[in-house]
Each structure stands twice: as C-alpha cells, then as structure tokens.
Design a binder for this molecule. Structure first.
Ligand code: 4IP
Ligand code: ADP
Length: 426
C-alpha cells in the first residue's frame, strides 16, 4: 500500500530508499523502537502457554491476550491458538525498488542471519525476557517451539521497500493512516486472532511505520502463500477519482503488455497508458478474482523458491494445482487450512468491523512449516475503509457501484469449497 510513481494510492510515499539501506546497530534500533512507539494501543504481547481450540475459546479470550491463530501440527485435528513466540528480527538486507510481485526467487528479501538473531536475542533485556517466556511456552505447549532456529523474514508480494524487520518478532510496515485505524479497531474485534497483533506507530530514520507481529516468527523455514481476497481490487472511491481526474498510467500499460500484448485497446496503445481501475479490472478477469472471489498472488516454498507468476491462474483446477503444490500434497495441512478458514468465516460473520468495512486488496497469508504448524491471517488493510452508517455489507452480494460490496465472503466460501473438494478425493 505504498504509492509508486504515477499512482494514486492513498498511503505515504515509499520515501527515500537510501534511508532503508542504511542500518543502525541493533542496540540502537531497539532503543529507538522502544522509545518511539507513539501510539501503543494493543497490550504488550502476553504469553499464551497452551494450545487451545480456536473457535469456541477464541471469543472468550481475545480481550485478554495477544492471540495469533496457529495450528499445531503434532495434532492434526486440533486447531490451536499460540502466542507471539517473540523471536527477533533484523533489518532487510536486500530491498529492491521494484514491486515484488514482479519478482522471481531473486526478489525475496532475506533479512537476517541466524547469527544476527542469536546476538540480538540475547543482547537486550527485551530479548532476555522472551527467552524466559519461551521456556515457559515449551513447558506448556503440546508442540515444542524452536527457540533458536529462525528463518529470515521474507516478503512474498506487495510493494518493495514497504517493510523493515524489528526486534522480537515484530515487523514495521510503512505508515498508512487507514491501515493504522483498521489495525487498531481490529485489536478490539472478534477478528483479533486472525490479524497480526498491532503495536502502534513507531518511527525509524524519519519514517513512520505501523508496528505489528511478524507472522513468520512462529515458523521455521516457512512456506508462505499470499491470496488476495474479494471480487474487486480497487475501491469505489478510486473509481470515482479516476472518473473525475483520469490519470492514465504508463507503468500499468507496460505491465499489461508484458502479460498480454493484445490486452490494451487501440486507444490505450496510442496513449501507451491505461487507467489504474482498468488495469485492476483486467487483472481481476485474467485471474480467479472475478470468477472465484480470490486469487493467489504468490507462493514462497521452504526451499526459498518464490513463484509470483499466478496472474493467469483463473480456473478452479489451476487453483487446486497451485494449492496442492503449496502444501506439497500434504493432506493434513489442507485439513488445517480448511479448518482455519472455517473458523475465520465464523468470526467474519460475527465481526462488527467486517460488517462496516469495505475490504479491498486485503490478503490472507497462509504459513506452514515442516513441523506441520499452519496458520492463516488477514493482512494488508491499506484499502479497507469504513462504509457510511447505517450501511452494512454482507460481503457476498454481487457488487453494483454504490453498494460497496467486495465479495470477500463469497471468495472465502469458494476457497473453503475448493479445499473441501481437494480433501474429498484423498
Ligand atoms: O499486482 P500488480 O499487477 O503489480 O498490481 C498492483 C497491485 O494491484 C497492488 O495491490 P497490492 O498492494 O494489494 O499488492 C496495487 O497497489 P494498491 O494496493 O495501492 O492499489 C498496485 O497499484 P499501485 O501501487 O497504484 O501501482 C498495482 O500496481
Ligand atoms: N504481519 C506480517 N508478517 C509476516 N509477513 C508479512 C506480514 N505482513 C505482510 N507480510 C509479507 O509482506 C507481503 C506484502 O504485504 P502487504 O501488507 O500486502 O504489503 P503491500 O501493502 O505492500 O501490498 C505479504 O505477501 C507477506 O509476504
């Protein structure tokens, strides 16, 4: 959700990338982060020492802890909530200027080494505290969470240069006011276990960031999949702006031609530019967004290969193939994901936040590792906006301009049906 040249994205500019490439020492960053948290809304992460069934108990407990849903693989049929594991992070070492969705595996941003982690983990009081906490966790959890191993953070898709890693399993995402509001509100909503815990706004190198849990910190060499939810990927507001003040985009024309040279209209060919909404609609119909209400954006496997070449993954069979590849044929993982999505659906249907927000361009982040742990979280609320009261959304009705429907739940229904179909043939 960061503005790239020529775009009309609602968030702050990427800013000076050179700043992102200069890294202060870890100790300095830790001090800075702690002293600069200016809008700490969510309570500091609390240790959750047990793995408990998600749906029933989540509702009762969300007010009291920093829950993040994690399915523990040693007991495939038992969905679990595990806390922030508190594993530290380090700064990005390779931040590109281009958007990662155009990347191959070379575009991944490994951000720290195990050695750095070790140093960081023991090098400050906060880290020490987490060592103690994690000792507790190992005692109580049915799954022994790795204390030492931690893989570098990687960004699968999205805007390059938008993220930096923080300490103790935190992630910094370039500040976006609407995303901040959403994350804040979500911390008080039933959806909290399905969202990275939010820790307020922090400042680094004169840039504000939203500070949140790094969801990968729960995993060792994770496989990650980013799926963009909904049947529409641009806001009604963006459509109105494009009508009032059309700003044809050359970069989007080029992205379009790179995928299908026949796609632009003769007029667009003359202009060598397309409107953003036109580009977004084209992407929707090319992929499964228009037909299934979600699309796969990118998959990063545990061997670090990254595939973001899903722009033409449109039909159910193609989606199934990609999902099967993502879980490497592991039925237990499929079951975990199906269960987790069902739990998410229950909460979405209850959520006051969800009823009253147009959720556009938001993704579900699927993460698992070889231990069998698996989790799904909602991320990217940069284009999630509240609808004017008393309007509420059901997220399943087809979109007609003005009704603000986004097709999120329709997409989730289809996703769950696909997983169910995959499981039925096992
Ligand atoms: O995936 P490709 O085909 O590259 O297209 C991208 C994605 O749709 C981005 O969405 P997301 O952030 O969800 O990845 C969108 O950012 P917005 O979210 O700002 O709409 C980009 O718009 P620009 O940032 O305006 O280029 C657009 O160019
Ligand atoms: N809380 C998080 N924990 C771990 N990885 C994350 C988190 N949030 C985002 N990511 C990674 O960053 C990518 C882009 O995130 P997103 O919020 O969609 O950024 P953008 O707004 O730039 O599109 C995701 O595909 C995922 O790989």
């Amino acid at each position: 959700m960061t503005k790239t040249p020529g775009s009309a994205a609602p968030c702050l500019d990427v800013g000076d990338m050179i700043q992102s490439l200069h890294w202060p020492t870890q100790a300095a960053r830790d001090t800075e982060e702690q002293s600069r948290v200016v809008a700490l809304r969510a309570a500091p992460p609390e240790l959750v020492v047990t793995c408990e069934p998600c749906v029933a108990q989540t509702e009762k407990k969300i007010d009291h802890r920093n829950t993040s849903g994690l399915s523990c693989g040693s007991q495939p049929d038992e969905e679990s909530l595990c806390s922030d594991s508190g594993f530290g992070g380090s700064p990005a070492s390779s931040l590109g200027l281009r958007k990662l969705s155009d990347c191959s595996s070379a575009g991944l941003s490994p951000t720290s080494s195990f050695e750095e982690y070790e140093e960081e983990f023991h090098g400050n009081n906060e880290g020490k505290d987490h060592v103690e906490r994690n000792k507790n966790m190992v005692n109580w959890s049915p799954v022994v969470l790795p204390l030492k191993k931690r893989s570098p953070w990687v960004q699968v898709v999205g805007h390059a240069g938008n993220f930096q890693t923080g300490s103790n399993g935190k992630l910094l995402k370039k500040y976006c006011a609407s995303e901040q509001q959403c994350l804040q509100r979500l911390m008080d909503d039933v959806l909290r276990p399905f969202v990275p815990a939010y820790h307020g706004v922090t400042r680094r190198d004169e840039q504000d960031y939203n500070l949140m849990d790094d969801l990968l910190s729960y995993f060792d060499s994770p496989c990650i999949m980013d799926c963009k939810m909904g049947s529409r990927t641009y806001l009604e507001e963006e459509l109105m702006k494009a009508r009032k003040n059309p700003q044809p985009r050359k970069d989007m024309y080029e992205k379009m031609v790179a995928v299908d040279p026949e796609a632009p209209t003769p007029e667009e060919n003359v202009q060598q530019a397309v409107l953003k909404t036109r580009y977004m609609q084209w992407r929707e119909t090319l992929s499964s967004t228009a037909t299934l209400g979600f699309r796969i954006e990118g998959i990063k496997k545990s061997d670090s290969t990254c595939n973001t070449n899903f722009k033409r993954t449109k039909y159910k069979e193609e989606v199934i193939q990609a999902l099967d590849d993502f879980v490497d044929g592991n039925v237990s993982l499929l079951r975990h994901y199906q269960q987790r999505l069902k739990e998410l659906r229950v909460m979405l249907e209850k959520s006051d936040f969800f009823k009253t927000h147009e959720v556009v361009g938001s993704s579900l982040l699927f993460v698992h590792d070889q231990s069998g742990r698996a989790g799904v979280w909602m991320i990217d609320f940069g284009k999630t906006v509240s609808v004017p009261p008393p309007l509420t959304l059901d997220h399943r009705s087809p979109w007609v301009e003005g009704n603000r429907e986004d097709g999120y739940l329709w997409g989730l229904d289809n996703f769950i049906d696909i997983l169910t179909a995959m499981l039925s043939v096992q």
